[in-house]
Design a protein around this ligand. Sequence first.
Ligand SMILES: [Fe+2]
Length: 421
Amino acid sequence: MTDRDRPSPGRPDEPLPRAAEAPFEPTVLAWRPLHEWGDVQGQVIRSDARVAELLLGLVRETAAARTDEAHLLEIVADYSFRAFPNASHHLLLARTEEGGDLRTLNAQARDGADPRAVGISHTIVERVMQDGCALLYASDRGAIDATKSILLSRLETAICAPLMDSRQPFGVIQMDIRRPARGRFSREDVDLLSVFASQVGLSLENLRLHQQQRRAFESTINALVHSLTLKDPEAAAHSERVQSVAIELGRRLGLDAQDLEVLRVAALLHDLGKQGVRDEVLFKPERLTDAERDEMAQHAAHTQNILDKIVYPEALQDVPRVASYHHEKLDGTGPFGVLGDDIPLTSRILSVADVLDALLSPRVYKEPLPPAQVLEILDRGKDADWDPRVVDAARASLDGLLANVYARPAGDGGENLSEAA
Ligand SMILES: [Fe+2]
């Protein structure tokens, strides 16, 4: 592409539109206003197959990593260094909430040097965000007041562009060159960075929306757990311990990250339905009658009814089923009558974690059982009640769980647990 094909980029002798009041003036060499970015994008992509391929890769990989902040930032840095082979440093600043301060999302040196040394001019950031333009600038050592922007004095040349959400700038991306011997940025680099900034801004906005949804979901979960804590503090404490135990068993059984997350949430919420059980049954210190036991068994269905009313992130859609099946038995005699492998593995893990905690913990009507006796009970229930693999995982994990979750010494009760049958 020739210069004639492009919208005319800004030149150093033209005034920047609405330039911000600056405490000092780094030398701005070229810029591209926001309203020209759309035209520039097509031209940049059509003009250079390598750039088009890089951008396609950036779009594809940032889409795949859209909910994973660390991975997303790594991809952006990687593609930025590939797109700007002269650049020695990459910097990404953004507001995490509207009206909030800018914070550094990522600062990387190509050679792996200390990323804290990556510099930014506050003057330039303000100008880029207020004027909404991508620009190329050079440090003007003579004009710099070190007290205003100490880090800039390390900078040689840099290109900087705003990150836009659907309404306004919320951050900047900057690439800089500290060793002029490696080359300089060109006006074409300003255009390429504006195209990069469009995609990076979109990815970060999507990430931010996902994180907001996630926080809203977490707050719903916390409110539900709080309601259980008010009604039955012991049930809430039990749920937290069951969560720790279930995650340990899930890890040992090789669950992937998504299943572990489902298990984490389901474990915390599995007994919410106890709020639907009458107090005289829920808190009865004596043994329950058959009718009362039937009423208590209804809590799994109450849990499902409550959890079905929540809107879940896509990855957590299975939480109501996993949580409400925590009393299902392999032989199909549980509250929902689900059989064998039709019970999700996560529910089978939750079931063992639930019983393990109930047996190891004191209740008003019983003392905690010695660990060896707990293992005996679990062993007797293999196949009919509990998945043998999960019971074996519980046996293998028990010493660690006693120490970490129950603050009891491994082998508590005088037995060598690894020997106990
Ligand atoms: Fe339960």
